[in-house]
Design a binder for this molecule. Structure first.
Ligand code: GLC
Length: 662
């Protein structure tokens, strides 16, 4: 059962696409107070668990902290971080009563989940212009399925996107890309994609190519494709201000950029220096910006990643002027009136200053909407711009597309990566907490920057990241300019990397099948143990193990120097070990606690009783995988394999009930 309540004048985000009748009166489960803005309250019982919030900090159980839905560029996010790149306002309360809440509100929204008062869940925003959805279901999982149904079918990438991808901010020339491709080939490590970061552009101008380094780009795209590698370029939110640059001139001429209150184009500094933001909330401007992707598609490109679309702002001319003035005053001041701390704050406060979001407007249905009122929709609509254009190019063809910032609804157009993480063990742990919540919000094509984006990584951390990345639909090694190089071949014993990445390719039929099932049935690819083992009091406490599909349980090692870890088995399972020498061991294990060895160069996971997992033969590319020569893992006899042609959207779904041969 789903109730929908309308308060004030909500902005239509199109997060929910099912037509649900508005309910009158008081919502069930919660109390809503509209005295000062919107306050939605629930008294938590002692053992209630709160799931959800998609890409957020902290644990699987969100209880005990405060989160603010407010798309933020924060590469240094930590436990205390309240806002991340995505804003996903869906939670499920599980315990004394089971229900879900989705607050469809695109501005800043606070989820105080037992933070101010231990037992009080409160959702707060200053203006009550929103839709509240209350979902009742027998179990948390039933609630999630209902929610997923009303927000519409999640995006499906082309099958090649289930391969492995290499990325690094700093690849500048064709030679850099060839070197990466060669590194993989020479070390016999499978790969399907190499990502192009901002340096492929001319002066960081969207939809351009560096004139010196990428002459004959279509030829280069072809060259890479003959090696079965797809190039996936980045697109940034800001359009460089530069006379003679076509995108800039078209945007200005047609009034397609976000405006200041006085009607002039809003200016924000990002990688190219001063830029304008395309007004992707205005359908006409969105169509235009989407159309710009064609320039690269016409040259053979089949996928993109959309970045800096919170939107991130390094500074504005007004902000810079104010900070400079303060600095000048500080230098000239002889009275000590201005402290150095004030100056420092003014300078550090330049980047992503929240005040900027009050300084520009979108044109929606003939009215000007101030950006901060719809802030969380920018990445969504930038990605929608591309997605809608892909539809126009060929309604039946799939493109690879994922974004840094997102809001629920965007999941129909593309996936997300979890933004700039760090080469920290804590960020390895964070992804385990995020995956189920991100799936709950509808985003299935997802994954972190494997190895960590910022800071220098270590060999063991990259391998531990890969042991999770083997299972995430988006499997990409990405790192920041200036950090230690982290392609597998930069480390000793590249064969260990080959082994793990190779296993990904052997698992693609299973992973792709589970992906399609999650799409078709509105289920989760990754879930907390408690979603299946409802009556197991220990399962609900486990925050570092996940279920994958109906068959697999993952228990990754998340700390440095560990040779294994304690694993909780809610039921007897088969432990699968892919040894470094390519032998596979399957060991039946009893329910309960075990210390399980998990070396860096092996892959270890568990299969639930009565389940079978298909395993393909080794392949160097997704297209080379033989879907008909499958081996089996686990003690089950049957598996339902979902497959399709991998490139078109038309319903080519094939469902095969496979019975395992002896
Ligand atoms: C942002 C992106 C990162 C990219 C960098 C340079 O930080 O999140 O992935 O490498 O910009 O484009």
């Amino acid at each position: 059962m789903i109730w929908k309540y309308k308060y004030g004048h909500p902005f239509e985000t199109e997060a929910v696409i099912e037509n649900i009748k508005e309910s009158e009166g008081i919502p069930p489960f919660v109390t809503v107070d509209l005295q000062q803005g919107f306050r939605c309250r629930y008294k938590l019982s002692k053992d209630d668990i709160v799931y959800g919030l998609g890409e957020a900090a902290r644990g699987i159980n969100k209880r005990g902290h405060c989160y603010i839905s407010n798309a933020s560029d924060d590469p240094d996010h930590m436990e205390s971080t309240k806002s991340m790149y995505g804003a996903h306002n869906f939670i499920v309360v599980a315990g004394a009563k089971n229900f879900g809440l989705f607050v469809d509100y695109p501005a800043k929204l606070t989820f105080d989940i037992g933070y101010t008062f231990t037992d009080i869940l409160e959702i707060i925003c200053p203006e009550a212009d929103l839709y509240l959805y209350v979902i009742e279901g027998e179990t948390p999982y039933e609630i999630v399925k209902q929610f997923r149904k009303i927000i519409g079918r999640s995006y499906i990438p082309p099958k090649f996107a289930f391969g492995f991808g290499q990325s690094r901010w700093g690849y500048k020339t064709k030679e850099d890309f060839r070197r990466a491709a060669d590194g993989y080939r020479e070390n016999h490590i499978p790969i399907d994609m190499i990502y192009m970061d901002i340096d492929y552009m001319q002066d960081f101008k969207d939809f351009t190519l560096n004139e010196e380094h990428f002459k004959d780009f279509p030829e280069f795209v072809k060259e890479m494709k003959t090696r079965n590698i797809r190039l996936i370029p980045i697109i940034d939110a800001g359009v460089k201000i530069e006379e003679g640059y076509r995108v800039y001139e078209e945007g200005v001429r047609n009034g397609y950029f976000c405006k200041r209150a006085d009607g002039s184009n809003f200016v924000a500094a990002v990688w190219p220096g001063y830029t304008h933001f395309p007004d992707v909330l205005n359908p006409e401007a969105r169509r235009w910006f989407g159309g710009c992707y064609r320039a690269l598609i016409n040259q053979g490109i089949e996928g993109f990643w959309n970045d800096m679309n919170e939107p991130a702002i390094f500074y504005t001319p007004e902000g810079l002027e104010a900070a400079s003035e303060l600095m000048r005053d500080y230098i000239e001041d002889e009275t000590g009136r201005i402290s150095i701390f004030q100056v420092r704050e003014a300078l550090t406060g330049l980047q992503n200053n929240p005040n900027y979001y009050e300084d520009f407007y979108h044109q929606v249905d003939g009215r000007m909407v101030r950006h901060d009122k719809v802030h969380n929709l920018f990445g969504y609509n930038m990605t929608k711009a591309a997605g809608e254009e892909f539809e126009r190019i060929d309604p039946d063809r799939r493109f690879l597309l994922f974004s840094r910032s997102s809001y629920i609804g965007m999941h129909r157009y593309g996936g997300i990566w979890t933004g700039d993480n760090k080469s920290w063990w804590s960020h390895l742990g964070l992804i385990v907490h995020q995956l189920p919540a991100i799936n709950m919000a509808g985003f299935l094509y997802t994954g972190p920057d494997l190895g960590g984006f910022g800071a220098d990584t270590t060999r063991d951390l990259v391998l531990r990241f890969l042991q999770i990345g083997v299972f995430t639909p988006l499997m990409r090694n990405h790192s920041a300019l200036g950090t230690r190089e982290q392609e597998p071949y930069q480390f000793e014993r590249p064969e260990d990397f080959r082994h793990l990445i190779g296993l990904r390719y052997r698992l693609v039929p299973y992973l792709y099948s589970e992906y399609l099932k999650a799409i078709e049935n509105d289920t989760l690819m990754f879930k907390a143990l408690a979603f299946e083992y409802k009556d197991d009091p220990i399962a609900s406490q486990i925050e570092d193990q996940l279920l994958l599909g109906d068959e697999i349980m993952l228990a990754p090692v998340l700390t440095q120097n560990a040779t294994g870890r304690a694993v909780y088995l809610p039921q007897a399972m088969t432990k699968v070990v892919f040894h470094a020498d390519e032998t596979i061991e399957q060991i039946p294990m009893d329910a309960g606690w075990h210390f399980v060895d998990y070396p860096l160069n092996e892959l270890v996971f568990f299969i639930r009783p009565g389940k079978a997992v298909p395993l393909a033969k080794a392949a160097r590319r997704v297209t080379d995988i033989d879907w008909n020569a499958l081996e089996w893992l686990g003690d089950g006899r049957e598996y339902t394999l979902y497959d399709d042609d991998g490139t078109t959207k038309e319903d080519t779904l094939i469902i095969k009930n496979l019975e395992r041969q002896k």
